[in-house]
Design a protein around this ligand. Structure first.
Ligand SMILES: NC(=O)c1ccc[n+]([C@@H]2O[C@H](COP(=O)([O-])OP(=O)(O)OC[C@H]3O[C@@H](n4cnc5c(N)ncnc54)[C@H](O)[C@@H]3O)[C@@H](O)[C@H]2O)c1
Length: 310
């Protein structure tokens, strides 16, 4: 399998590294616009192979998409990250132009690739990549839910003093402060989390999760990369190994949850065909209301993109 990662910055290089050392793809191409950066990081990852004992091959390219030809999956991480004081939406104008030109190059050389968008604002950059690529909605998706769920699971594991492996959870909605956590569907080794934690503590963890990205931006002056890079690699793995894993993934909704024409995170089954099924949960009134707020927010940012001319 051949996987391209566009953007050899913090998230892209981390994703390529995980794809290599976990041998998720045999051939990995890292692309960046900055001269030599992708080549250098790819060479570094390849030189780690004898130490970490893997045989996946990573190569780099400065904006030469011919090297990415016939990729099975492409991860798009190119674009500005947030700085302290910025929201994800502040990135829209610059990143929309980048995601558009990158997507054009990607589909020109890999017309059958499945595209995973990571650049922010995530839901709207998924919209941009989808309309530019003209691919079916099941083949253009955004990564955010795995990361947001991982943050939630990590906070819960810490609070309950259990292994993060034991915590199963799902959340929905846009990637941002309007995400919709679903405590009803959160379990610890099968035990509903609500039986193990007081409501006020759980509420505090949900709030921390919503602003989890901002917490890291404040600490580091830029956004996170280890967990985001691994999350994107986990989606690639589900696709290239046809694992049929269930993850929250951003997709254009076409009537699911009563929503049309909006890009939102929902639980899906991921396999070799991309998004093979959108799972529709029976949401209660409170969850539906939260999802509606999230939809309204994403639609506002989609309208900004429409005004920019896509
Ligand atoms: N979806 C998520 O959950 C999530 C999580 C973390 C970061 N992000 C987003 O991912 C993006 C990347 O974050 P990062 O921390 O890796 O940033 P970064 O600045 O470290 O890396 C971005 C890279 O993109 C490259 N680039 C810019 N324009 C390009 C183009 N036209 N073609 C190819 N490469 C180009 C830059 O040269 C740079 O190396 C940001 O938009 C960030 O907000 C999303």
């Amino acid at each position: 399998m051949k996987v391209t990662v566009v953007g050899a910055g913090n998230v892209g290089a981390t994703c390529a590294d995980v794809l290599a050392y976990k041998e998720i793809a045999q051939e990995i191409v890292l692309v960046d616009i900055k001269e030599g950066v992708a080549e250098g990081k790819a060479l570094d990852i390849w030189q780690k192979a004898p130490i970490d004992v893997y045989d996946s091959r990573t190569i780099g390219s400065t904006n030469d998409y011919s090297k990415t030809a016939n990729s099975d999956v492409v991860v798009i991480t190119s674009g500005l990250p947030r700085k302290p004081g910025m929201t994800r939406d502040d990135l829209i104008e610059t990143n929309a132009g980048i995601v558009k030109s990158v997507t054009e190059n990607v589909v020109k050389h890999s017309p059958n690739a499945i595209i995973i968008v990571v650049s922010n604002p995530l839901d709207v950059m998924t919209y941009q990549a989808h309309i530019t690529s003209k691919l079916p909605r099941t083949k253009v998706m955004g990564m955010a839910g795995i990361l947001d769920t991982a943050r939630y699971r990590a906070f819960l594991a810490e609070e309950l003093n259990v292994s993060p492996k034991e915590i199963q959870a799902i959340l929905m909605g846009g990637h941002g402060d309007t995400m919709v956590p679903l405590p009803r569907y959160t379990t610890v080794a099968g035990i509903p989390v609500t039986e193990l934690i007081a409501k006020d503590k759980l509420d505090a963890i949900i709030e921390r999760t919503k602003f989890g990205g901002g917490e890291l931006v404040k600490l580091m002056g830029t956004s996170a990369w280890y967990a985001p890079g691994s999350a994107a690699a986990q989606m690639v793995e589900a696709i290239v190994k046809d694992q049929k894993r269930v993850f929250p993934v951003c997709i254009k909704l076409d009537g699911e949850y009563g929503i049309d024409d909006c890009y939102l995170g929902v639980p899906v089954i991921l396999g070799k065909n991309g998004i093979e099924k959108v799972i529709e949960l029976d949401l209660n009134a409170e969850e539906k209301a939260l999802l509606e707020v999230s939809r309204g927010h994403v639609k506002e940012v989609m309208a900004v993109l429409d005004k920019l001319g896509k």
